[in-house]
Ligand binder design. Structure first.
Ligand code: DI6
Ligand code: FE
Length: 402
């Protein structure tokens, strides 16, 4: 797109809170200068000074903010199709994990892969996301569980943004699982590996946020708190995999650190919801994991609404519990499985996803925001959630680049 451009379209869903659903502007004009939106409004009100800018008319197509995937593990080695088969033959996710499979089998494959191999493999998944209008992804470490491999994963994650026109936010997830060599001493793993690795990764500029997995098969709240204390000292925001399989009070713990988000949250109780609301912590729902694990406990969506907790959605793209590379399918699943409205689903992968990543320059269409846009061959934004396995993307614009 040339530096100074005006886009026309019959419908622009700005996702800016206002009177109109989806923040819709009809018969709209959208001026972009140097990768940023400088004007948005009805075409007939477009100031004259934009008249000689290069114009593109998208006609009846819908323009929305580009999508944001706020929770992924796209960097990993190998895959776990065999465990998928084991689960269908009767084993549970937790049984497989306790028997040394699950996350740990991906740890073995990730340790063996080179940085280049991890990147090449991740790009196959990233490309699938981008083909559906994604302009920004979060990527976690957590399949290394030793210093070298965690750093290797984070370097691969950073290189995604060099290899593709996409913005990448990294999260250090050293507290994802106890590695086999520390099986009997999880506290030593936290103190002797996880925390020193976090410091090292931070020194190398590889960390944008700190994450953890607070669960019976992973780390308890006290262990997570030790990692979060270091995050706080380093001035890094935190987020947490919380209340996925049971309620350990992880979301409230994360909220007490002013967490950007608490993710999964199927087993979240009202006290946890209240704590999140007070801290402004976003609830990131991951219907791909719910679906894959055949979970039956639905996240407390009504309570989240009542308390005004912003709801986001993400793929949780990972080789075990959510081998999902479609944010559109994620929206459909959230509507059908969690009863989100299509407007909540689109908000969840745009404005609220930006908030879950601590970004205030993307996720909505307004003057001053980055020109991260998606142009769709649909008439109504509900179609993005309604269809299953259909990709109506026409054009993706990331920071003003088509
Ligand atoms: N919860 C998840 O959904 C992923 N990590 C986590 O803590 C799954 C990780 C995996 O099974 O590989
Ligand atoms: Fe996850």
């Amino acid at each position: 797109m040339v530096k100074k451009s005006v886009l026309f379209s019959t419908r622009v869903a700005t996702m800016v809170h206002g009177a109109e659903p989806y923040g819709m502007v009809k018969d709209a004009a959208l001026a972009v200068d140097g990768g940023k939106v400088v004007w948005i409004g009805p075409k007939e009100a477009l100031p004259e000074k934009y008249d000689d800018w290069s114009a593109t008319d998208y006609g009846d197509r819908l323009i929305t903010p580009a999508l944001i995937d706020a929770h992924t593990h796209v960097v990993f080695g190998g895959n776990r199709a065999v465990e998928f088969e084991m689960r269908l033959n009767g084993a549970s996710y937790e049984e497989i994990a306790r028997a040394g499979g699950g996350i740990l089998s991906t740890v073995t494959a990730t340790r063996l892969a080179s940085e280049d191999e991890l990147l090449a493999d991740a790009l196959t998944r990233v490309d699938a996301l981008l083909s559906e209008g994604v302009s920004c992804i979060e990527v976690k470490s957590g399949y290394g569980l030793d210093t070298d491999t965690e750093l290797k994963m984070l370097r691969s994650a950073r290189r995604i943004a060099e290899a593709r026109p996409v913005r990448v936010k990294t999260s250090f997830l050293g507290a994802h699982a106890v590695p086999p060599e520390y099986k009997a001493h999880p506290d030593d793993y936290i103190d002797n590996v996880c925390i020193p690795t976090l410091r090292r990764a931070h020194e190398e500029g590889l960390v944008d946020a700190v994450d953890g997995f607070c669960e019976g098969i992973a780390f308890n709240p006290a262990q997570i708190a030790r990692v979060f204390d270091v995050a706080k000292e380093l001035d890094l925001p935190v987020k947490l995999h919380a209340e996925q399989l049971s309620n350990l009070g992880g979301a409230a713990l994360a909220a007490s650190y002013g967490a950007l988000s608490a993710d999964h949250i199927e087993y979240l109780d009202e006290a946890g919801v209240a704590a999140m609301a007070k801290a402004g912590t976003v609830g990131v729902l991951l219907p791909g994991a719910f679906y894959t694990l055949h979970e039956t406990q639905v996240p407390p969506v009504d309570l989240l609404r009542q308390y005004g907790v912003p709801i986001s959605l993400a793929t949780d793209c990972n080789p075990g519990s959510s081998p999902l590379t479609s944010l559109l399918l994620t929206m459909n699943m959230a509507c059908t499985l969690f009863r989100l409205t299509p407007e909540e689903a689109l908000t969840g992968v745009t404005r609220h996803a930006a908030q879950a990543l601590g970004l205030d320059d993307t996720g909505k269409i307004a003057p001053g925001q980055r020109a991260d846009l998606a142009v769709w061959d649909v008439e109504h934004p509900a179609e993005l959630s309604y269809r299953i396995g259909f990709n109506p993307l026409h054009t993706r614009i990331s920071g003003g680049s088509v």
